[in-house]
Design a protein around this ligand. Structure first.
Ligand SMILES: [Zn+2]
Length: 406
């Protein structure tokens, strides 16, 4: 019997199942193709599917339900009793990933990052991605350089947070701006790979434009609401994905933003009136439940091998002490749960390597043979290992362990 396992083949199987269930496939490779859904429409659509067809949750996006389907399918296959080798989702056999990103809006943000937030990450051995505004009037290129000196040398990553020549955040409206911003970053000696625009300002055509400008990943689909306990698992998945436009898969990788602290800020003033973010200072309170929400995000992520991506600014209308304490506790929790905590760029690199990994497997009832040309650094988990008498990896005999490092 010949078994071949890699992520590409797994996603083909997943798509077939979803098609069988009668769902159209969308730009995320999962549902809704041919319709340019807004986030809210899509949320409603997912909600509808979940309630009517899958019955897995009563609130949209609370569970990455396509991933859940895939796990259920795998369980069925494992129950057949054959040995199943699976490539580890993340480096060193880690089961879930947390991507740390910051949108650098103001000089205030830079100072807070350097003095408070990045040291928290560094103390735990983590690094993050900082999306900076190329022409920001508030901090400008000089400050970006300072940020670079302070942070890049320590291993943090820089990406682009479009700001339309410093005027507003509407870079997504013109390819010329997208291209120019990439060039400005290059003039700073930065060959940035990722672009994460402000506030979800994004048009579907931007994926092609980002690709053309030379970006290889995008963090532009982000959760915009905290209502209903939604975890922001849009498209039913908590993995990065390659957008599909007009049935063609793009090369750019989309890393979805599952959480941003900005939408959890309570904008109600002392008189009980809702105010706009940033206009009334100080607004110190976060909505209740944010810590629980973050904990649940990590809990769900652990269950489905998710790549959870978070955005912390920090904003100048929050109490930095309060946010940084929450952030610190969140990172400690991720560490305790053995998450691979990393930058967006590192996840992209790993994800592409994993997609390209070819693993061929032969099993004759007692001998399990695994062949692979490009698997160094990967960990393989073998389910139903008790059915294996002899294990060979690239024709070399190994001790049949549940987990093997290649
Ligand atoms: Zn922003």
């Amino acid at each position: 019997m010949k078994l071949g396992i890699n992520l590409n083949r797994e996603s083909v199987i997943l798509k077939q199942i979803i098609k069988q269930l009668g769902f159209p496939i969308n730009e995320g490779g999962i549902i809704c193709e041919g319709r340019d859904f807004t986030f809210n429409e899509e949320s409603k659509y997912i909600l509808n599917i979940q309630q009517q067809e899958l019955n897995v949750a009563n609130k949209h996006s609370k569970i990455p339900f396509c991933d859940k389907l895939k796990f259920e399918l795998l369980e069925q296959i494992v129950n057949l009793g054959h040995p199943i080798p699976r490539v580890s989702f993340y480096p060193s056999g880690k089961k879930a990933c947390l991507v740390l990103t910051h949108d650098v809006e103001w000089e205030y943000t830079i100072n807070e990052l350097i003095n408070r937030f990045l040291p928290i990450e560094e103390s735990l051995g983590f690094r993050s991605t900082l999306f900076v505004r190329p022409v920001c009037a508030d901090y400008g290129i000089k400050k970006i350089r300072l940020l670079l000196e302070e942070s890049i040398t320590k291993g943090h990553e820089i990406g682009t947070h479009g700001d339309n020549d410093g005027k507003d955040y509407y870079s997504h409206l013109s390819f010329e701006h997208i291209k120019r911003e990439k060039e400005i970053m290059k003039s700073l000696n930065l060959n940035v790979k990722g672009v994460g625009n402000h506030g979800g300002f994004f048009l579907k055509r931007n994926w092609s434009e980002f690709e053309k400008a030379g970006y290889s990943y995008s963090r532009n689909k982000i959760t915009q609401e905290n209502l209903g306990g939604g975890k922001g698992f849009s498209y039913g998945t908590a993995w990065p994905w390659f957008p599909v436009i007009k049935s063609k898969q793009k090369k750019i990788l989309e890393i979805y933003g599952h959480f941003q602290e900005g939408i959890w800020i309570d904008h109600t003033n002392e008189k009980g009136v809702q105010t706009l973010a940033g206009l009334t200072k100080p607004i110190n309170l976060l909505c209740s439940g944010v810590e629980k929400h973050l904990e649940e995000l990590l809990e769900t992520g652990s269950q489905y091998n998710s790549a959870v991506c978070v955005i912390f600014h920090p904003e100048d209308f929050c109490d930095p002490k309060q946010i940084s304490t929450i952030y610190h506790n969140f990172l400690i929790e991720a560490k305790n749960r053995k998450y691979w905590v990393t930058t967006a760029g590192e996840l992209e690199k790993w994800w592409r390597r994993r997609m390209d990994l070819n693993l061929d497997v032969d099993y004759n009832g007692k001998d399990l043979q695994i062949y692979s040309q490009n698997s160094s650094g990967f960990t393989i988990e073998i389910m139903n290992i008790e059915k294996v008498e002899n294990l060979f990896v690239n024709e070399k005999r190994c001790k049949p362990n549940k987990t093997i490092a290649l």
